[in-house]
Design a protein around this ligand. Structure first.
Ligand code: DON
Length: 303
């Protein structure tokens, strides 16, 4: 199937739906993005790839990077990682504080902000040069040179009131081992990574291929861990909208407040969509609609 034609058809049909979302405002730099951008890119395991719209334009991947930090921390620590962060859906917003006190500073999963901060803490403990080493890991996956955005990282740092509360609460329970500023700097940096849809779909292809990057044939993470990361994406990748995303789209994936969504269909492809306006749960409004139409039209959910 030539996906580019299908992308164009689906895009023109969802454009008729009023885009009632809002571009993320709480990180000032993200509020400057053109709300009308739309890109989509699909890469198959055999390297065939299809793109549409603004697929070659860089955007802030934000929480999508949490899958990559989890991959590296899980690769290094193995199952011991789960002593510090859970694998259960939270049913709460991505930056919620409510469960953390009851659950003694152990975040529900690695994709809510609290969990991603613990994963960043693990990387600060384990890597010699955490910021450089993490970026080198990401570059090995996407096969191009991507970088942190200094402006976006600084912009997030300037008003990180909730993340500061989350990390301090976890530090009080002993679940943050390093200096808070050092951990937060790595966290803001990893969220600030900029990629195109094309780079993003390429980066996630290893999760559609049992942990092996099909281009380099290098094992990024073992088969069992790759399956487990996909299962966490399926259940926790969209926060308190994870059930609805699974219900309507039916693929493991991850969203970011920059308006990106990446999904994988194991043993077939990885796909990235970008549209900056977000729904009330912080997930791309048109991106979600597009993926729902895509998997419905060609019966491509995993179920
Ligand atoms: O920590 C934050 O709030 C942002 N850097 C990332 C949040 C995010 O992308 C949530 N995803 N939908």
């Amino acid at each position: 199937m030539v996906f580019s034609t299908l992308f164009s058809e689906l895009y023109h049909s969802i454009k008729k739906t009023p885009n009632s979302g809002e571009v993320a405002q709480y990180i000032p730099e993200l509020a400057l993005v053109d709300p009308n951008k739309f890109g989509v890119s699909l890469v198959k395991l055999n390297a065939e790839n299809f793109h549409f719209g603004d697929a070659q334009e860089k955007f802030s991947i934000q929480s999508i990077a949490k899958v990559l930090s989890l991959t590296l921390a899980y690769k290094i620590c193995g199952e011991k990682l789960w002593e510090r962060v859970g694998v259960e859906p939270s049913g709460t917003a991505f930056n919620s504080l409510v469960q953390l006190e009851y659950e003694k500073g152990i975040p529900r999963n690695p994709f809510i902000n609290a969990g991603a901060l613990v994963v960043a803490d693990v990387l600060v403990s384990e890597l010699k040069n955490p910021n450089d080493d993490f970026l080198a890991f990401v570059n090995q996956l996407c096969h191009t040179q991507v970088s942190y955005s200094k402006q976006v990282a600084a912009s997030e740092k300037s008003c990180a009131y909730v993340n500061t509360a989350l990390i301090n609460l976890m530090k009080s329970f002993g679940n943050i081992k390093n200096d808070i500023d050092q951990v937060m700097d790595l966290y803001f940096n990893l969220c600030s990574i900029e990629m195109t849809c094309q780079e993003l779909s390429q980066t996630f292809l290893f999760l559609a291929n049992d942990g092996v990057c099909p281009l380099s044939e290098q094992e990024i993470i073992d088969h069992s861990k790759s399956k487990r990361i996909n299962s966490i994406m399926q259940l926790c990748g969209f926060y308190d909208e994870a059930g609805e995303f699974s219900f309507k789209v039916g693929l493991p994936g991850k969203s970011g407040v920059g308006g990106g969504i990446v999904v994988v269909r194991p043993h077939e492809f990885s796909m990235a969509v970008w549209s900056p306006k977000l729904n009330a749960k912080g997930n791309s409004f048109l991106g979600t609609k597009f993926l729902e139409k895509f998997t419905t039209k060609i019966d491509y959910s995993i179920f």
